[in-house]
Design a protein around this ligand. Structure first.
Ligand code: NAP
Length: 285
């Protein structure tokens, strides 16, 4: 990888500066899928920013880019301090549509660029050469600083890395103790791409896994914090979604959790596999 990952335990209440970063991307971000009520979405994103989160993940498909933009504008945090990521939906991946809808996203987000723009899925209108050429154009035009992909199979990641002029910066996929995805981490390592875990709490399913609960009890932490610490210590950026202030704070507290080798081994040995996000158009289906 391009950066050394130094995972440290934070003393006291973590601040934004306590979050390790990879190539400018904070390794703990804030996910916004299903924050559908506009006022609640603005409130939640603002709460996360005020707490210290500096990486916000949205998508055209979430229907909340305007609210995310409003939250950033309302908060005390400057836009320049926020690592802002969005994703181009599968209906918009023909070349001209990529460009047109990326500009629409900027307008909704109230910004002149995003830090990271992902191909949301390699599906429907995705055509590797045409779609990725348009993403390269958007880098040249300053619309996005970086290109990301999401839900790619290893061969599709390799192909994307071949095709783009700008490097593929990140690959976002489902990852948590019930879906460790070692083969995708290996593919990221091979191509010098940062892995980003979506559904890092398995949408709630990790919370009552006995091994996770045991490690949590040992550290006087919560299962959510353990799942997030496990990802970070594997070099994976996590973007948990939480609507309530309590959950937003709980996840932030994961920065104070440092797992030992026994904990890591125990979590990696969980003999149960569960995928949460599995649409018919996924490349593995
Ligand atoms: P997640 O973050 O694994 O789980 C969210 C669920 O866990 C919510 O029900 C939330 O409840 C609950 N929760 C959050 N923190 C908790 C805590 N500390 N203790 C107990 N429960 C807690 O699932 P996700 O939303 O699917 O994934 C996270 C983000 O990844 C998304 O928001 C989105 O930005 C991204 N994503 C990307 C893709 C893709 O295709 N690229 C797919 C899925 C997700 P409350 O909301 O009630 O607090």
């Amino acid at each position: 990888m391009t950066d050394e990952i130094e995972v440290t335990t934070v003393e006291g209440v973590p601040t934004a500066g306590d979050v390790p970063t990879l190539g400018g991307m904070p390794m703990l971000g804030y996910g916004t899928w299903k924050l559908e009520d506009p006022a609640a979405c603005v409130d939640a994103v603002e709460t996360a920013l005020e707490m210290g989160y500096r990486h916000v993940d949205t998508a055209q498909a979430y229907g909340n880019e305007s609210e995310v933009g409003d939250a950033i504008a309302n908060s005390h945090v400057d836009r320049e301090e926020v690592f802002l990521a969005t994703k181009v939906w599968i209906d918009n991946l023909a070349g001209e549509d990529v460009v047109e809808t990326a500009y629409d996203s900027l307008e909704k987000l109230g910004t002149d660029h995003v830090d990271l723009l992902y191909v949301h899925w390699p599906s429907r209108s995705y055509d590797a050469a045409e779609t990725l050429a348009a993403f390269d154009d958007l880098v040249d035009e300053g619309v996005t600083d970086r290109i990301g992909v999401s839900n790619f199979e290893p061969d599709q990641l390799a192909e994307a890395c071949e095709l783009t002029d700008a490097p593929i910066f990140a690959h976002q996929f489902e990852c948590h103790p019930l879906l460790p995805q070692q083969h995708l981490l290996d593919a990221c390592e091979e191509h010098d791409v940062h892995p980003v875990a979506y559904s890092p709490l398995a949408r709630g399913s990790v919370l009552d896994v006995p091994e996770v609960a045991d490690v949590a009890a040992k550290h006087e932490a919560t299962p959510a914090q353990v799942s997030l610490a496990w990802l970070r210590q594997r070099g994976v950026t996590a973007i948990p979604k939480a609507a309530s202030e309590g959950h937003i704070r709980d996840n932030w507290g994961s920065l104070a959790v440092r797992l030992d080798d026994d904990d890591m081994a125990k979590l990696s040995s969980i003999d149960r596999t569960e995928r949460q996000v599995d649409p018919g158009f996924a490349p593995w289906n």
